[in-house]
Design a protein around this ligand. Structure first.
Ligand SMILES: Cc1ncc(COP(=O)(O)O)c(C=O)c1O
Length: 392
């Protein structure tokens, strides 16, 4: 691809000496599991978030599962989340033996819609007394790097006595009304998957929290349920953040705010150019939001005229534009092509097409364009010009 979706090599080259030194330091220390790098990184991340605790784990998926377990989510519980997210969100709920319950999204932000959430909880409590309700937590996702509207969600969590576990996998560094996401609920879950805003050179994740009990429970769960090695209190997992990854992430953390600023600048350039193209909706940025643009995701409405009328009618305009960009060497991605309530695996939950219409519409209309701090203005101009050339 002439312009990839992300360019991890370019980022590595810009900090090569620092990274190489950090990796060598770990090799020389021969401390490979839960050593001083993980410890230092946890402290630095807690400082970054202004949170009391940060516990490194093996992936963002594990961060979600361990945080849910640490919050006491158990088999038979229901956890409300968005259907428009990566499978890991719902998978983590299911892995605790709980049931994912999907509430539709706000079509502008793609995040869970607080009004629909309120309606759902009201309906649920009208036919079940509060003490009988099985809903024990809300798991909002801050999709693409934009926070969900957390004030009304928090208000509802208090009214219905629910835990809030935030999925910040795509939103590290994002802000809601001046506060960092991840610290707005009981626990915040981070992913260091390589393409994330703060990406490792492999898998990694973290739980941030102000609650000492949750932090301690996650720390136990990640290491076979032990507080002290070989003295097991509960069944846990082997889910530790790798020492190499922590060393790499410590280097990258020093550049994070600058990279986020660059992402925001690239997004502003894209939006200025795309605003002039009929049929393209650049991402909406909510007034409460400090968006970090892990992904720059546009939406295509049906006014966009296709040059190639001969193509199959069943293909959406989004898919045709995607093919056009692909032919010109520009990578794109669809996050996500199938809403979770329609996934095969969740058939037993009984959802059907039409149940969550905003999520279903979004799955056919969103398209993520190349986005990384090293993307330059010439490339953005080329991408937007190529989109424009398709319109005429
Ligand atoms: C919204 C969301 N949740 C959870 C995850 C899971 O993170 P990981 O891939 O680190 O397990 C991801 C990323 O892949 C994600 O995008």
């Amino acid at each position: 691809m002439k312009i990839p979706l992300v360019d991890l090599k370019a980022q590595y080259l810009s900090i090569k000496d620092e990274i190489d030194q950090a990796i060598n330091k770990v090799i020389n220390s021969s401390q490979f599991i839960l050593g001083s790098e993980v410890d230092a990184f946890e402290k630095e991340m807690a400082g970054y978030f202004g949170a009391r605790h940060a516990v490194g784990v093996a992936s963002g998926t594990d961060a979600l599962q361990l945080a849910l377990l640490a919050c006491g989510i158990k088999p038979g519980d229901e956890v409300i989340t968005t259907p428009f997210t990566f499978i890991a969100t719902a998978e983590a709920i299911a892995k605790c033996g709980a049931k994912p319950v999907f509430v539709d999204i706000d079509p502008k932000t793609y995040n869970i819609d607080p009004q629909k959430l309120e309606g759902f909880l009201e309906r649920k409590s009208s036919y079940q007394s509060k003490s009988q309700s099985h809903v024990t937590a809300i798991l909002p996702v801050h999709l693409y790097g934009q926070p969900a509207d957390m004030d009304p969600i928090t208000e509802l969590s208090k009214r219905y006595n629910l835990n809030i576990i935030e999925d910040c996998a795509q939103a590290l560094g994002a802000g809601y009304k001046g506060k960092k996401v991840g610290t707005l609920g009981h626990a915040g879950c981070l992913s260091f998957f390589p393409s994330k805003v703060l990406g490792a050179y492999g898998d990694g994740g973290m739980v941030v929290t102000n609650d000492a009990e949750i932090a301690e429970k996650v720390a136990m769960l990640r290491s076979h349920g032990s507080r002290e090695k070989y003295y097991t209190l509960i069944h846990g997992f082997n889910s530790r953040l790798d020492e190499f990854q922590a060393a790499i992430l410590r280097v990258k953390l020093r550049h994070l705010d600058n990279w986020i600023e660059l992402r925001r600048q690239k997004a502003a350039t894209y939006t200025k150019l795309l605003n002039r193209i009929t049929g393209i909706q650049p991402p909406y940025v909510a007034p409460y939001s400090h968006h970090v643009f892990n992904y720059y995701t546009i939406r295509l409405n049906s006014n966009l005229q296709s040059k190639s009328q001969s193509q199959s009618k069943s293909q959406s305009i989004r898919d045709k534009l995607r093919e056009h960009l692909n032919r010109k060497g520009i990578a794109t991605a669809i996050y996500y092509p199938l809403s979770l309530h329609l996934q095969e695996i969740y058939k037993p939950l009984g959802y059907k097409l039409g149940d969550l219409p905003e999520s279903e519409k979004a799955q056919a209309e969103v398209l993520s364009l190349p986005m990384y701090p090293e993307l330059n203005n010439k490339q953005i101009e080329e991408i937007t010009r190529t989109i424009k050339s398709y319109e005429q």
